[in-house]
Design a protein around this ligand. Sequence first.
Ligand code: SF4
Length: 236
Amino acid sequence: MIVRDSEFFISEIFRSIQGEGNYAGINSLFIRFQFCQLTCNWCDSKYTWYEKSGSFKLYSKKELIDLIENNPCKHIIFTGGEPSLYRLDLLYNKNKKFHVETNGNIIPILPLDITLADGTHINRQAMNEKIIEQFNWVVSPKLKNAYQEIDETSLCFWASRSYAIFKFIIRDIEDLDEIEYWQKKCSIAIDKIYVGIEGISLHSQLRPEIVDAIIAKGYHFSPRLHIMLWGNKRGK
Ligand code: SF4
């Protein structure tokens, strides 16, 4: 299968609150894109990984633009999977506020030509930075606890962009050292770093000793409100 510009494979569309990051609590429309180039071991949306791993629907550019235009939500959250596999700049609407949840291993202003693990081929042109700099990019680099490798060039690109903030997910206090390593390596501004706790239950999120350590490092704590309210329920 080949994914081209102007084609958008969508896993699901739903309304909820933004659970995490610098807009936590905001009433939003979520558009979840199919496919991801990573395979994080604790991924809660593995159904987006492969062509055969879940149901999804093909939208044309016009169909998706119309859907966004006609939805009452002001905040539109592109999530996944990995949304930056697609030409998100083509979906811009000046009356909406767009947010992108990305793993940060892709530079959107460069063309992309990759083949995913299931043979799906992504071939997209560079996004227009004048447009995507108006999006709130929530860059969530996956640490060793997800058994993934951070791409240094990509992370340093994001660190240089005013329109990106960073959301790291940790399992233990020791993971904060890895965040600090990357923060220094790419000169990420400390006040752009949000740290959340991995887990899919309310209990997993209530770890004050971890939040104390996050505070001591000078980072923001990111709640994961959807997990606290609904657990790992799809469409929330
Ligand atoms: S980057 Fe996100 S969608 Fe992709 S495998 Fe990791 S957690 Fe899942």
